[in-house]
Write a protein that binds this ligand. Structure first.
Ligand SMILES: Cc1ncc(COP(=O)(O)O)c(C=O)c1O
Ligand SMILES: N[C@@H](CCCC[NH3+])C(=O)O
Length: 415
């Protein structure tokens, strides 16, 4: 069942009409469906059945504390890449013992905080990081659990900006170097080797790159076993794609089945770090048509959401569906470029879209629940937008629209 669907030509978010939400909370507005978030999380969790596993939601996809709280209540783990994300997880009631910490530039302070709260594992991305973690743990008289992020050098067949598992990418340690790094790790007094991880990219729509990566990790793991190093878990990262339009990514069940076939013989817990697949289609961005402008070449629908609210089309030329919130209004169809208020030509939500709209109507950008609000900014001094979560017939405000005072509250005038 789709939790964003038309009834009598009006788009509903669960039981509530989207136009009514837009009027009540103002636009632009991010709207999430709690039931959809839960359904997507369970799709991963159930797919692994009885096999020991942990689903660590990738916080970067959607870090609103109410969204994290929803996951935490399901028993989710979390994949973080900064202390800021860690603090959010803790604030939301997440269990630090289910947190894995990825990222290439962990600072001493971030490492110390993660050790202090007792995270599950550091996903180490380089040799100097390994030594830094050992030092910080030593000073705190602690043992740091680590996994090495292996860069398997496989092509994820995705947009080059979100491909992470190639040698030219900054992430992880190459397969060739990894064995030696593990050997060094095994000698360090304040390091405990617990796992191996990889993450080859985002919005993958085929299984094969995941399986190729798993094969390379398994090969390396066997070499480590020969060196006397036993792992407790294998973390295959996130990256499973979603249908933005007509993509047909594998379902989590299919993905899990293929992975389990490869890993059944090993006594390993499987960790996954899905982000987009859980939240993208659990959210929409609602925006109002401020003006319609027509010239000899184009019709422009000028809306109140800009690239500062949703940067994916500008940054990755991402195609995201745009639909009318209310199709019961009698409007003529035309083809529009849907553009925002920001002073950049790349400020668009979608180009050449057939829509039936008039000034003042609401439009909805679909699949906006991942990498939408988290990548938003105050560019052009635009206050960050509000976020709500719909739970059946209840709408909860989970982030207030920023006030203008918020824009400069951290700044100071000169004396
Ligand atoms: C290390 C790591 N884990 C997990 C994710 C989440 O990826 P996705 O949202 O594609 O599932 C990312 C982002 O690509 C990542 O860099
Ligand atoms: N931000 C990207 C995904 C990058 C994932 C982070 N490693 C997107 O919007 O598609």
């Amino acid at each position: 069942m789709d939790f964003f669907q038309y009834q009598n030509n009006k788009l509903f978010a669960e039981a509530l009409p989207v136009s009514q939400l837009a009027q009540q909370f103002g636009t632009p507005l991010y709207v999430y469906s709690k039931a959809t978030l839960e359904r997507h999380w369970y799709a991963f969790d159930k797919a692994f059945g009885d096999h020991p596993h942990l689903i660590c939601f990738a916080v970067k996809a959607n870090s609103n504390i109410a969204v994290l709280q929803t996951m935490a209540r399901l028993g989710s783990g979390f994949d973080i890449v900064s202390q800021g994300e860690l603090e959010r997880v803790l604030k939301a009631g997440g269990d630090p013992a289910k947190v894995v910490f990825s990222g290439v530039a962990k600072t001493e302070r971030e490492i110390a905080r993660a050790l202090e709260v007792g995270i599950r594992c550091f996903n180490v991305e380089s040799l100097p990081e390994l030594y830094r973690i050992n030092d910080v743990a030593g000073k705190m008289a602690k043992i740091a659990p680590i996994s090495l992020r292996v860069n398997p050098d496989v092509d994820a067949h995705t947009h080059p900006y979100i491909s992470t598992g190639l040698k030219e990418n900054k992430f992880g340690v190459s397969v060739e170097q990894a064995r030696d790094v593990y050997c060094q790790a095994s000698q360090l007094a304040h390091i405990q080797i617990v796992g191996m991880d990889c993450h080859i990219g985002s919005q993958l729509t085929e299984l094969q790159p995941f399986l190729d990566a798993a094969d390379r990790l398994i090969h390396l793991m066997k070499q480590l076993n020969a060196d006397g190093i036993q792992l407790k878990h294998l973390d295959l990262g996130g990256g499973l794609g979603v249908p933005y339009t007509n993509e047909t990514p594998p379902h989590p069940t299919e993905y899990a089945k293929a992975l389990l076939e490869k890993l059944q013989q090993f006594d390993l817990e499987i960790i996954l770090e899905p982000g987009r697949a859980i939240t993208a289609n659990a959210g929409i961005l609602v925006t109002k048509v401020e003006y319609i402008k027509t010239n000899e070449s184009r019709n422009f629908a000028i809306v109140d959401a800009g690239m500062n609210d949703m940067i994916r089309p500008a940054l990755y030329q991402a195609y995201m569906n745009i639909i009318e919130a209310d199709r019961s209004l009698a409007r003529e169809k035309a083809v529009y470029d849907v553009v925002g208020p920001v002073c950049e030509t790349s400020d668009f939500l979608g180009k050449q879209r057939e829509l039936a709209i008039a000034q003042g109507d609401y439009l909805v950008q679909r699949s906006a629940g991942a990498y939408g609000a988290t990548m938003s900014s105050n560019y052009n001094s635009r206050p960050r937008t509000a976020e709500i979560i719909v739970d059946g017939d209840q709408a909860h405000l989970i982030r207030q629209r920023e006030s203008y005072e918020n824009l400069w509250q951290l700044e100071r005038l000169l004396p």
